[in-house]
Design a protein around this ligand. Structure first.
Ligand code: BGC
Length: 769
């Protein structure tokens, strides 16, 4: 049986439980969902369109059992994104027989239309196919990787990617993207950190919701929109040892307070679909996890779309050791709540027999099919099954490129800037560009870049610099490769650096060194790149290092040698221009780290919202929590990022010093925190004002601080602004380990910290009574 399948859902709306105010059950999302209270149940299912419901019922009444299971089957065109061969032949045959619901990895308006014709014109019930694709950070126009977008702390950056991607992909026949990735992760060894928004549930929730809204717009049936898919449900970002697909063992409260809020935000934003994850969650694989899929996603969140399994994830229940065979896998996955099976075919093969044997109920089968059909109606497939081939977009537009450039520049984080090394002067006489990624036009696209990466080279950093400083003499020397131990070309790089007024060293990871199945145990710069930085820095020429990577790297060493470090991630098609925009000060960097940068992989996991030990670090006391060989602190904390100007954050004020816990829990009372931010430097720039909360004493140990608000503001020199944040039930409460999702707002003292990183020291407090 599927783990905790026996736990029944119910909602508790008591006024209080002991000293705590027991608000109810369910996961508090970070979006503005209505608070649960004694009077308002937590589940708010979106209203269903009666006409769609009528048509779904009419189709269900006509469908054979085989046709029903057919709708629950997705096959892949080519095996682009997983193991095995493509299923092209099966796609065509099954579509014509009405035995296929969806196809992934097919692109191009004509190709999609050709296959669609088989389903619409030849199958008995003419149910259109849903074409899905991994449109993760751009389609033709590659935007910066999602982790980079996380650094922007700017929902508009995320939305600009989603809107552009949707327009391009939809024009080529795609209806559905397997994005956004809503997995919070504190594990930079895991390659898929590149695909998420970092380590923080609040930030990830905000950006996930923005991305869903960007892809789907107000109506994902519009011809320039895509249905979105929040993935991977759930806990995938917590793989043991950082190895992809590995076990995730998360307590119920970590699940609810850390992993689930971005998914809740996606559901509240109307996400069409959710994808199950490859990992186990507390001993039960996510594809067979009725607790997470049914109890939480369906019952608590009121999710009305469908759940797709991940690539062969249903079949993999056998390898996990929870299913004896394919039939068992189908029974468990469908029973738990996976509606559509991706690539493996256990539903189609065994479904009919399982149904006849009473191992799958007809209600559950019809529910799964209805969920899929509903999304197809909402996606407008019955109204317009074919893409307009004449309107197909085949190359990035100037507007799309410009949006990608803006997004990339807003996503960069200035980690270090000694002696005002940056910005560089565009009037510099001579510059050296050094490093294996200096002239690269491929790796900048990053992991999971879509078809645009193969068709349209990215602007290299070298090219960007040359265009930004047309009067400078720019010498390029690669120095070494990204990988390997060959230092034979160091001399050339050192000579170029010596001869220049300033040197830009472009180092980092290749695109394939992050992403799926791309875990690294050593997350320092690959190969001899760190040595290259050291040798170049030893010349004495001012050195700015540009790091292109898909994960937080260990930059210890370089952090002392380089005068400046710009974390540019994998910045996408306009990457070189965006890097140059920042290097020369056309754009003042305002990005902040969405994940902690450790000093050593030996510190992992390392994240700012940790719990205190009973023996917090004390340099005078041996028996406290620390390492013997390195500090316990990060190299760069979450939220860190410098600017070419300076800001002060001051005057933190709270609207109340005392509030009734009961009123907060009921969703009525809130406390408003306001703080002033001022640009005290000489140039215009952006600051991300960050607000953190600490619940000092709680019945379950709380993080030393956690992000509860942020706002990216643009200020001219001397300009100041007051920024406000409202804290209510969601921000002040927490989950316990109760499997029914108990959520408490407890009386006691709270501290608020405001500033421009997770180290913020400006403090105020209030009490809940
Ligand atoms: C990945 C998913 C992806 C799917 C389809 C899987 O291997 O885990 O994120 O959407 O393939 O390409």
């Amino acid at each position: 049986m599927s783990g905790s399948g026996s736990i029944s859902r119910r909602h508790i709306f008591k006024a209080s439980a002991g000293a705590a105010v027991l608000v109810g059950t369910g996961t508090a999302g970070a979006s503005a969902a209505p608070a649960a209270s004694a009077a308002s149940p937590a589940v708010a299912r979106p209203p269903r369109d009666p006409e769609t419901e009528r048509r779904v019922r009419a189709l269900l009444a006509k469908m054979t059992v085989e046709e029903k299971f057919g709708q629950l089957q997705q096959l892949t065109w080519h095996a682009d994104t997983g193991p095995g061969d493509g299923q092209n032949k099966e796609c065509a045959e099954l579509a014509a027989k009405g035995l296929l619901g969806s196809v992934l990895n097919l692109t191009g308006a004509k190709k999609c239309n050709d296959l669609q014709r088989a389903a619409v014109e030849r199958s008995r019930l003419a149910i259109p196919l849903l074409f899905g694709q991994d449109v993760i950070h751009g389609y033709l126009t590659t935007f910066p990787i999602p982790l980079a977008q996380g650094s922007s702390f700017d929902p508009e950056v995320v939305a600009s990617d989603a809107e552009t991607s949707a327009r391009e992909a939809a024009s080529q026949g795609i209806h559905w993207t397997f994005a956004p990735m809503a997995d919070v992760s504190r594990e930079p060894r895991w390659g898929r950190v590149a695909e998420g928004s970092g380590e923080d549930p609040y930030l990830t929730a905000q950006l996930t919701a923005a991305k869903v809204r960007g892809y789907q717009g107000a109506d994902y049936g519009a011809t320039d929109r895509l249905a979105a898919c929040a993935k991977h449900f759930v806990g995938y970002g917590f793989p043991e040892g950082g190895r992809d697909y590995n076990t995730a063992d998360v307590s119920e409260r970590r699940l609810r307070d850390v992993c689930l809020p971005p998914f809740k935000a996606a559901v509240d934003a109307g996400v069409a679909t959710v994808m199950a994850s490859f990992n186990t969650v507390n001993g039960v694989p996510a594809h067979a996890n009725r607790h997470t899929l049914h109890d939480i996603l369906h019952e608590e969140f009121g999710f009305d779309g469908f759940v797709v399994g991940d690539y062969t994830g249903v079949q993999e229940l056998i390898a996990h050791g929870i299913a004896a065979d394919g039939a068992d896998a189908a029974r468990l996955a469908l029973g738990a709540g996976v509606d559509m099976e991706m690539v493996s075919t256990t539903y189609a093969q065994h479904g009919k027999r399982l149904l006849a044997a009473g191992k799958i109920s007809r209600e559950r089968l019809d529910d799964a099919v209805a969920r899929v059909l509903r999304v197809k109606f909402r996606a407008g497939l019955f109204a317009h099954p074919y893409a307009d081939e004449a309107a197909e977009i085949t190359e990035p537009s100037a507007a799309a490129r410009s949006a990608a450039r803006t997004a990339a520049a807003r996503s960069m984080v200035l980690l270090r800037n000694e002696k005002k090394t940056l910005p560089l002067s565009a009037k510099a006489g001579s510059l050296a560009v050094v490093g294996p990624l200096g002239d690269d036009t491929k790796e900048l696209h990053g992991t999971w870049a879509s078809i645009g990466a193969a068709l349209f080279p990215a602007v290299s950093v070298l090219e960007g610099i040359k265009q930004a400083a047309p009067s400078a003499t720019v010498r390029f020397a690669r120095g070494c490769a990204v990988e390997g131990d060959d230092t034979g070309s160091f001399d050339e790089a050192v000579a170029a650096a010596r001869a220049a007024d300033a040197v830009v060293v472009v180092v980092g990871e290749k695109a394939a060194q992050s992403g799926e199945a791309a875990a690294r145990s050593d997350i320092t710069l690959p190969g001899v790149q760190a040595q290259l930085v050291a040798e170049v820095a030893a010349t004495g020429t001012p050195v700015a290092v540009v790091v292109l990577s898909g994960r937080p790297l260990v930059l210890t060493g370089i952090a002392d040698e380089a005068d400046a470090i710009l974390q540019a991630w994998h910045p996408g098609i306009e990457g070189g221009h965006a890097v140059a925009d920042v290097l020369f000060g056309k754009v003042n960097p305002g990005g902040k780290l969405p994940a902690t940068f450790p000093r050593s992989a030996g510190q992992l996991p390392l994240y700012y919202a940790h719990e205190n030990t009973g023996r917090p670090f004390d340099p005078e006391n041996k028996y406290t929590s620390k390492y013997l060989d390195i500090p316990h602190t990060p190299l760069y904390p979450f939220g860190h990022g410098l600017s070419y100007t300076t800001f002060t954050v001051s005057g933190l004020k709270l609207s109340a010093e005392v509030l009734r816990a009961k009123s907060v829990a009921d969703g009525g009372a809130t406390v408003r925190a306001t703080v002033q931010v001022e640009n005290t430097g000489a140039s215009a720039g952006d600051e991300v004002v960050q607000l953190y909360l600490r619940d000092k004493v709680a019945s379950v140990v709380q993080p030393v601080r956690r992000l509860v608000g942020f706002s990216r503001v643009h200020l001219k020199p001397g300009e100041r602004r007051r920024v406000g944040f409202t804290l209510g039930r969601q921000e002040l409460g927490f989950h316990t380990n109760d499997l029914r999702g108990e959520f408490l707002v407890e009386p006691g003292e709270f501290e608020i910290y405001a500033g421009n990183s997770s180290d913020a020291a400006l403090k105020a407090g209030f009490t809940l009574t």
